[in-house]
Design a protein around this ligand. Structure first.
Ligand SMILES: Nc1ncnc2c1ncn2[C@@H]1O[C@H](COP(=O)(O)OP(=O)(O)OP(=O)(O)O)[C@@H](O)[C@H]1O
Ligand SMILES: CC(=O)C(=O)O
Ligand SMILES: [K+]
Ligand SMILES: [Mg+2]
Length: 596
């Protein structure tokens, strides 16, 4: 049984507003079995799906006789160059293999389609996890993306980690993506003279200094990376380390040294962020003048481009301008320019300019650590909710980060409150959750990852059991008629998948765009995303519900499906009778079928 809906559109680059296009006519053959197609509230696009029949959704201009039928059949989906398959590249020999990551394959075999994890997991790599076996253990435990924080370690160290992740992918069949996170030029402490941490006790006097010490650091001394520090602070200011994990009060300024009394004791970690507060407000004049991307960051970015990392996350983004600048810098320097830029939302300015920043970026991170140092803590949860929702609406992957399982840095089990926090992020349908210190320098990195995995699975299942198809209004976002059609196809396919309780959605996508449009709908079933390039496959690893496969395919959907079915069946990933809905960005169509 196979039922399909094909939308025939010209592949022109006209920009048409889909919703403002009322004159569609629909022609169909005389089949008797008709299935009513869910009507989208914002499209004005009533479609009838008819058994074994292709339906033409044609506009007046589509009927333009100058268009040959061949032209009308293929759409480039507004994604740039049309999808051209040369017979040699897309031929049968290339279709003989399919790549899926080893863990997903095991998970699919063990639990079947429905119970695969939808929420993606990111681990910050540090001294606790940089060994090959440790990285492998994280990959086995479900790490989708490895994050490298350029605040710490040398470029050589980061290169070593990147090489190990790549080796893991090559030798063991994982598809772990790499995210580089810039240091940014905010004020922070230096290294603690080699110590991994230092304890500040209540009432102790510590010196914050901008001096360069060539010998060992005197006791109770902290280096500050910003030369204007001693000038800028005032006696009486409150100094917050890591957004308030440790607090000091400024009591005296002596040249480049600032004497402070500890008012809230705690653990100081190397290169921790520093903010200072005066009369209850954050002093941010100086931060506003510092560049978002420092000269050191640019060198790190060059390094990231040379190493072809998959994502570059930019710290302390203030506006869309810096994102646009970086994106054109990357495009000019990297051959296929498929490094995605993630905006870290962790400042007051980034909240003010949230929409333009997210629109300009390829994704966003709710960086709650520094965000909580800039806005009152009780405002962080609503900011998180707003960022997650906006990203979903604008179709950008979103990461919830920092302190998810902070106590697991030291203890093997999380607090109940931490589990509730992770659950809330999963319930909000964030694309990804991130471990920071828990995996970088904690004592239980693998256990922390296991907690993220099991909580994600449980909450996702609970959500499906409750049948809570949340009524998040997903506004149209495409800039062209063709893009709008893709959106309609994906939201209809996702709705059908939920209503018909299909086992999986299949999407054949060259750029990954159609896959992300399906992910955005957060359907009940998993989404098998077939893509031709390894880098697109790795990037899709960040997005909710996508199981990315690398597969060579042609523009003939019938043959793609047959090949995919036989390859997946041969690996016991699907079985005869499974119900599947397939969409593709070569041919704008929806097909519903049982696996033969
Ligand atoms: N590459 C590394 N080498 C040594 N220690 C690291 C490394 N990466 C992280 N750490 C340790 O883990 C802790 C938490 O790491 P993480 O990078 O997530 O910090 P963060 O404060 O959340 O990030 P950011 O600096 O971007 O705000 C750091 O304070 C540091 O002690
Ligand atoms: C992740 C990060 O940068 C933060 O939470 O501040
Ligand atoms: K950083
Ligand atoms: Mg930060």
């Amino acid at each position: 049984m196979s039922q399909s809906l094909h939308l025939f559109t010209p592949s022109s680059s006209r920009t048409l507003n889909f919703s403002a296009f009322p004159t569609h006519t629909y022609s169909g053959g005389g089949s008797s079995s008709k299935l009513s197609f869910p009507r989208s509230s914002n499209s004005g696009f009533p479609v009838t799906l008819t058994s074994n029949l292709s339906i033409r959704a044609s506009s007046v201009s589509d009927l333009d006789s100058s268009l040959s039928s061949a032209q009308a059949l293929v759409s480039d989906n507004g994604a740039g160059a049309g999808f051209v398959v040369s017979p040699s590249k897309g031929g049968v020999s290339d279709l003989s293999s399919i790549e899926v990551d080893a863990v997903t394959e095991a998970e699919l075999k063990e639990n079947g389609f429905r119970s695969t994890r939808r929420t993606k997991l990111i681990c910050t790599i540090g001294p606790a996890t940089c060994g090959f076996e440790q990285l492998e253990a994280l990959a086995v435990g479900g790490m989708n993306v490895a994050r490298l924080n350029m605040c710490h370690g040398t470029r050589e160290w980061h290169k070593m980690v990147i090489d190990r992740v790549r080796r893991l992918n090559e030798e063991k069949g994982f598809a772990v993506a790499i995210m580089m996170d810039t240091e940014g030029s905010e004020i922070h402490m230096g290294d603690l003279g080699g110590a991994s941490s230092a304890k500040a006790e209540d009432g102790e006097i510590w010196t914050f200094s901008v001096r360069a010490f060539d010998s060992t650091l005197p006791e109770h001394t902290i280096i500050v990376n910003y030369d204007g520090f001693a000038e800028d602070v005032k006696v009486g200011d409150e100094l917050l380390v890591d957004g308030g994990m440790v607090r000091f009060e400024v009591i005296e300024k002596i040249g480049p040294d600032v004497k402070c009394r500890c008012t809230d004791p705690g653990l100081l970690l190397p290169r921790a962020n520093l903010t200072f507060w005066r009369n209850g407000s954050l002093v941010r004049e100086r931060n506003a003048m510092l560049p978002t991307i420092s000269s050191k960051d640019w060198l790190d970015i060059d390094f990231g481009i040379a190493e072809a990392v998959d994502f570059i996350a930019i710290s302390f983004v203030k506006s869309a301008e810096v994102i646009n600048h970086l994106k054109s810098y990357i495009a000019a320097r990297s051959r296929d320019s498929d490094i995605a830029v993630v905006a870290k939302i962790e400042s007051i300015d980034s909240l003010k300019n949230l929409e333009e920043i997210i629109l300009a970026s390829d994704g966003a991170m709710v960086a709650r650590g520094d965000l909580g140092a800039q806005i009152p803590l009780e405002q962080v949860p609503s900011a998180q909710q707003r960022i997650v929702q906006l990203c979903r609406q604008l179709n950008k992957p979103v990461i919830v980060a920092s302190q998810l399982l902070e106590s697991m840095i030291e203890y093997p089990t999380p607090t109940r409150a931490e589990v509730a926090d992770v659950s809330e992020a999963v319930r909000q349908r964030a694309d990804a959750l991130m471990l920071s210190g828990e995996s970088a320098m904690g004592q239980y990195p693998e256990k922390a990852l296991t907690v993220l995995r099991s909580v994600s699975l449980r909450i996702e299942r609970w959500w499906r059991e409750q049948k809570r198809h949340e009524a998040t209004l997903l506004p149209p976002i495409g800039a062209s008629f063709s893009e709008n059609i893709s959106e309609e196809i994906c939201s209809s396919a996702a709705k059908m998948a939920n209503n018909l309780e299909v086992d999986a959605l299949f999407v054949y996508t060259k750029t990954g765009h159609m896959a992300s449009l399906l992910s955005r709908c957060r359907p009940d079933c998993p989404i098998f995303a077939f893509t031709t390039t390894p880098s697109v496959r790795r990037r899709l690893n960040l997005q909710w519900g996508l199981i990315p496969f690398r597969l060579s395919f042609s523009d003939d959907m019938e043959s793609n499906l047959n090949k995919t079915f036989s390859l997946l069946k041969a690996r016991n990933l699907i079985k005869s009778g499974d119900l599947v809905i397939a969409v593709s960005d070569m041919l704008q169509s929806i097909q519903v079928m049982n696996v033969p």
